[in-house]
Design a protein around this ligand. Sequence first.
Ligand SMILES: C[S@@+](CC[C@H](N)C(=O)[O-])C[C@H]1O[C@@H](n2cnc3c(N)ncnc32)[C@H](O)[C@@H]1O
Length: 224
Amino acid sequence: MNQKLKFIFKRFLYYFYGEKFFKRLNYNWQLFPTRTKIIQEIINHRNYKSYLEVGCDNDENFSKIQIANKIGIDPLKGGTLRMTSDEFFIKNDQSFDIIFLDGLHTYEQTIKDIDNGLKFLNTNGVIIIHDCLPKKIWNQIVPRLYGHWNGDVWKAIVHSRTYDHADTYTCIADHGLGVIFKRENRNKLDIKQTNFKKLKFADYYKNHHQYMNVIKYEDLEKVF
Ligand SMILES: C[S@@+](CC[C@H](N)C(=O)[O-])C[C@H]1O[C@@H](n2cnc3c(N)ncnc32)[C@H](O)[C@@H]1O
């Protein structure tokens, strides 16, 4: 089957079996700073020395980051180490000032990467997570359907918003940047559905400001 037919078939199946909620958030990501600009600004302002990127692909971001020590991991291409995040964290004994999570975009893998990242994050460090604000249901379907794929990373952000030991925000920039600090949660989310995988896109659409603790780029410095 050619690509277009495959896509039409998958979309048809989704209309039939999937969640039916087709409203969209209207972020125009081109109007906001990029992940690379924001990560580099954080590194410069905080005088960070060590950087880990999980999921590097074509090194579009990794190659531009300037810092004393940087490690990039990806099982397929880019970065400096050819392995999955799970393989890396099992062997790793280094800690980092800033960790950028942009690997497998599923809830299950992202929450694992967050938990592992927190173990290897220096006390005053930060974890940044890409693709936390899908604009429409099609962007968050697992497995990937087509176009830009946020996956259901956003559910891992909602989960970490309930932690006592981590303080989580989502910056409106570059498809949504999760921002997690290793400190007491300053605004813990109280939510009934704690099977986070089961959260619906409709829940996210209606509650994403509260669920994700959304902040503007201009206010990012204030939460450090
Ligand atoms: C969206 S791309 C990364 C883009 C890159 N960070 C950037 O900013 O341009 C996602 C990458 O994650 C990698 N990946 C997939 N599963 C992974 C895993 N379990 N651990 C680490 N990386 C993974 C893929 O091979 C892919 O290259």
